[in-house]
Design a protein around this ligand. Structure first.
Ligand SMILES: Nc1ncnc2c1ncn2[C@@H]1O[C@H](COP(=O)(O)OP(=O)(O)OP(=O)(O)O)[C@@H](O)[C@H]1O
Ligand SMILES: O=P(O)(O)OC[C@H]1O[C@](O)(CO)[C@@H](O)[C@@H]1O
Ligand SMILES: [Mg+2]
Length: 472
C-alpha cells in the first residue's frame, strides 16, 4: 500500500511514502532548551506542530486522487524545534561547509546556524571547514576556523562565503575520517545538487561505519534547479540583479538603429533566472531557456521572428539562459563551439550559444538590409556574488534555524526546505532524485509568453523532455 503519487505528465513520477520518511539517529532523550517555548504550540496556519505533517500536494484534484486514509497521503515531516532532542548540546561539535558555485545568502545561512546553535542550544564548538568538501580531505582538514556569534555577527553584509567554496570530487571515507578526527557530531552541508549528492554519500559512509553523526543539507542554487523547495535561497537576489542588466540592454537597444539587445544569464539546465528576470524587467521580447528547444531558420524560426520584431518595433531584446539551444551546437559544423568538457565536479561545460546567436542574428539582419547594432551583456558572476536581498536574508535565517533544529533532533541524510511556504524535512535521496525545471505547460512559462508575446515555440515542435508538474 505504498505507491502514492503518479504524475501522468509525460514521464510519470511515482513516489512511495517511504521516499518521504526521514532517517533518525535514535531516540530523542534530552530536553530541548527551547522546550518551554513549545509547550502550548499546536498546528495553525502559521505553525506546524511536532508530529503533524505538511502535504506534498495542494490541489483538491490531486488529493482526491488518493484512495487512502489521511495519514497515508504523501506528506513531509515538518521542520522546527522539538521538545526532546537527540544530542546533548553541551557536548556537541558542529561543522559547517559551503560548496559549489556562489549564491547570495551563503553567509546569512552560516550566521544563522552559528547563532542558533551557540545562543539557543549552547553548542560550544562550531567548526567551519574551508573551501567546500576539499576542507574535509586529509590534506586540508586541519585548516578549520572556529565560528562564534561574534565572528559571524556582520558577515551577512557581504556576498560570497566566509568559508570559501570549491568544486571537485573527494573520497567519502577520507571525509568521514576528518569528521571523526574533529569529533564532529552534526555537519551542515550548504550546497547545490552536487553538494546534496555529496552529503548523501557522506551520510551513507557514516552509516556504514556505525557512527553517530548527523548530516543536514541546506540546498542552495541560483539556478533554482533543486526539487521539493518552493524556491532556493539566493535565487531572488540573483534574478533581481539580473533584471538590471536586462533594463540596461533594453535602453541601449531601443536607442540604436536596428538594436538587438542580448543578455546571457546563468542557468545551466533550468531557465528560472532568465524567466523571472525577464518578467521582473518587463522589457524582454524573447526569452530562451534550456527547457524549450528552438530552431533558428525557417519561417517559424527565431531569426525570422527577430527580423519581424526589428521591422515592427525598431529593436528587439532577447534574454538567453546559458543552457538554452545547446541542441543547436550539436550540429557537426558547430562542434568547435560545443564545450562537451566537464568541470572538476563532473558538471557538463556548456557550449557558447551566445556566440552562435550573435553571429547568426547579425548575418541574418544584415542580409535582409537591417544591419543591426548588437548590444550584448553577459553579467556572468555579477548576479550571484551580490549580497542577499531582504527577502533572502530572512529566508536564509529561517532555513538555518530549521537546519539547526533538525540536526539537534538527530535527523540525518535530510535537507531543510520551504515547501508550499512551510519549512519541511526532505530526504536527501528525494532532493537529488530529479531536477527542477521550468514547466513548458506551467503557469510561469505562460506568464512569460503573455508578457513577451513571443510564440510558444520557435520552429517545428521538437520532442522535449517532460518535467513533472507541481515541482516548479
Ligand atoms: N554525484 C556526486 N557524488 C558525490 N559527491 C558529489 C557528486 N556530485 C558532486 N559532488 C561533490 O559536491 C561538491 C559540489 O558539487 P558541484 O560543484 O556540482 O556544486 P553544487 O553543489 O551542485 O552547486 P552548483 O549549484 O553551484 O553547481 C563537489 O565538491 C563535488 O565533489
Ligand atoms: O562557478 P562556475 O564553476 O563557473 O560555474 C558556473 C555555474 O554555476 C552556477 O552558477 C550554479 O551555481 C550556474 O548557473 C553556472 O552555470
Ligand atoms: Mg550543481
Amino acid at each position: 500500500m505504498d505507491a502514492i503519487l503518479d504524475y501522468d505528465q509525460g514521464a510519470p513520477v511515482t513516489l512511495y511514502l517511504d521516499d518521504l520518511r526521514v532517517r533518525h539517529l535514535g531516540e530523542c532523550r534530552y530536553d530541548s532548551p527551547l522546550s518551554e517555548m513549545l509547550t502550548t504550540k499546536q498546528t495553525s496556519p502559521h505553525y506546524v506542530a511536532e508530529g503533524d505533517r505538511v502535504l506534498l500536494e495542494d490541489t483538491v484534484s490531486m488529493l482526491a486522487g488518493h484512495d487512502v486514509p489521511p495519514e497515508q497521503v504523501p506528506s513531509f515531516e515538518g521542520a522546527g524545534p522539538r521538545k526532546k532532542i537527540y544530542f546533548d548540546p553541551s557536548s556537541v561539535t558542529a561543522g559547517i561547509l559551503t560548496c559549489g558555485g556562489l549564491c547570495p545568502g551563503l553567509n546569512n545561512v552560516i550566521r544563522g546556524l552559528v547563532q542558533e546553535l551557540a545562543v539557543h542550544y549552547k553548542v560550544k564548538r562550531i567548526l567551519g571547514f574551508r573551501n567546500g568538501l576539499r576542507g574535509l580531505t586529509s590534506e586540508y582538514r586541519e585548516d578549520t576556523v572556529e565560528l562564534t556569534p561574534d565572528h559571524v555577527r556582520d558577515i551577512h553584509n557581504a556576498g560570497g562565503t566566509i568559508l570559501g567554496s570549491s568544486r571537485g570530487n573527494q573520497d567519502p571515507d577520507e571525509m568521514v575520517d576528518s569528521l571523526v578526527e574533529h569529533g564532529v557530531d552534526v555537519l551542515f552541508v550548504i550546497g547545490g545538487d552536487g553538494g546534496m549528492r555529496a552529503a548523501t554519500c557522506l551520510s551513507k559512509a557514516i552509516e556504514a561505519r556505525g557512527l553517530d553523526i548527523s548530516v543536514i543539507g541546506v540546498p542552495k542554487t541560483i539556478d533554482n534547479d533543486l526539487p521539493f523547495t518552493d524556491q532556493s535561497f539566493g535565487f531572488q537576489s540573483a534574478f533581481a540583479s539580473a533584471m538590471d542588466f536586462i533594463s540596461s540592454v533594453s535602453v541601449e537597444a531601443a536607442a540604436s538603429p536596428n538594436g538587438v539587445g542580448l543578455v546571457k544569464l546563468m542557468g545551466r539546465h533550468s531557465g528560472f533566472i532568465a524567466a523571472y528576470a525577464a518578467l521582473a524587467a518587463n522589457g524582454a521580447d524573447i526569452v530562451l531557456i534550456p527547457e524549450i528547444p528552438f530552431t533558428l531558420d525557417g519561417p517559424d524560426g527565431l531569426l525570422a521572428y527577430v527580423e519581424q520584431h526589428v521591422r515592427k518595433k525598431g529593436y528587439v531584446v532577447i534574454v538567453l539562459a546559458e543552457g538554452a539551444g545547446q541542441e543547436l551546437l550539436e550540429e557537426p559544423d558547430l562542434a568547435h563551439r560545443n564545450g562537451k568538457a566537464t568541470d572538476a565536479s563532473g558538471n557538463v561545460k556548456l557550449g557558447k550559444i551566445d556566440d552562435l546567436l550573435k553571429e547568426r542574428i547579425t548575418d541574418h539582419l544584415t542580409a535582409v538590409g537591417l544591419a543591426p547594432t548588437m548590444r550584448y551583456i553577459d553579467p556572468s558572476y555579477a548576479i550571484r556574488s551580490v549580497v542577499a536581498n531582504a527577502y533572502d536574508s530572512v529566508y536564509c535565517l529561517r532555513l538555518a534555524h530549521a537546519a539547526a533544529h533538525a540536526a539537534m533532533a538527530g535527523r540525518t541524510e535530510v535537507a531543510v526546505a520551504r515547501w508550499r511556504r512551510r519549512f519541511v524535512h526532505v530526504p536527501l535521496s528525494l532532493m537529488t532524485s530529479r531536477r527542477n525545471q521550468v514547466d513548458p505547460d506551467g503557469d510561469l512559462w505562460m506568464s512569460v509568453l503573455e508578457t513577451t508575446c513571443q510564440p510558444a515555440e520557435f520552429g517545428a515542435q521538437r520532442e522535449r523532455e517532460k518535467v513533472p508538474s507541481g515541482f516548479c
